[in-house]
Design a protein around this ligand. Structure first.
Ligand code: APR
Length: 237
């Protein structure tokens, strides 16, 4: 059984990382057009760097939670049954990896990595990679940016994502509002291919009506329960 799981900020909420659109969410407190676009970076690089340093600090303080751990169990459980988990996340935190996930597709990039705007080289973020430093690969100064996808930019890995989605036996969305495309369109693509779809969320998302099935509740409870169900559906390991 091949399962495609899409995660959003809701899976990291109980780790203490805010979501974006809930009350008190990041885009309720900060203007994304001033902090999360290429134009904002060109206009105010120091402000953008400071904002992402703040977010990086928050991620370092956070720990993966039971929902992240349950997806690691799903990954190994499906593999033991000859199947596969394709874990696609919109999140830029590294909690899936720190929980032990072996293969994570970050379609919106990774907060803990830096990318050179001149040569595109990506590397783990290091404090000294601030504004003034030269890119270790091409030597250009002042061009290191957070290796995340900003508004108006194309998400990463869309080809691999489409391939995995079309080959899935089940599509599950966890902790996402369904507010941002192309991720919000994955459920419609799965439905169009006759693939069963399931939403696991705190409350019905904007695209709840497109799902065949749903489990609602906090991710630390709802995701482990959903994983137990999926492994039962996948049969004895
Ligand atoms: N457990 C499960 N779900 C939760 C929890 C929780 N404890 N807390 C909140 N949620 C749900 C909310 O109900 C909401 O549906 O998580 C979702 C969070 O929605 P958003 O804040 O819109 O986050 P997300 O869907 O990941 O945003 C998508 O938008 O700004 C861009 O790049 C950003 O990747 C992000 C994308």
């Amino acid at each position: 059984m091949n399962v495609f799981v899409l995660t959003g900020a809701g899976i990291s909420a109980e780790s203490g990382l805010g979501t974006f659109r809930d009350p008190g969410g990041l885009w309720r407190r900060f203007d994304p057009m001033r902090l999360a676009t290429p134009e904002a970076f060109a206009r105010e690089p120091e402000e953008v760097h400071a904002f992402y340093n703040l977010r990086r600090h928050g991620v370092r303080q956070a720990e993966p939670n039971a929902a992240h751990a349950a997806l690691v169990r799903l990954e190994s459980g499906l593999a033991a049954r000859g199947g596969r988990l394709f874990l696609c996340t919109q999140n830029v935190d590294d909690l899936h990896e720190r929980a032990g996930a072996r293969a994570v597709t970050h379609m919106h990039g990774e907060l803990m990595r830096a990318r050179c705007t001149a040569c595109g080289e990506s590397r783990p973020w290091a404090e000294e990679l601030g504004l003034g430093t030269a890119c270790p690969a091409c030597g250009r100064r002042g061009g290191m940016r957070p290796d995340v996808v900003w508004f108006g930019e194309m998400p990463f890995h869309l080809e691999a994502i489409a391939e995995a989605l079309d080959a899935a036996d089940l599509f599950v969305a966890i902790g996402t509002s369904g507010a941002v495309y192309p991720a919000a369109g994955f459920v419609a693509r799965a439905r169009g291919a006759g693939i069963p779809t399931r939403e696991v969320n705190l409350a019905p998302s904007d695209t709840a009506g497109l799902f065949d099935d749903a489990r609602y509740g906090p991710a630390t409870r709802a995701v482990p329960e959903a994983v137990d169900e999926i492994l039962r559906e996948a049969g004895a390991g």
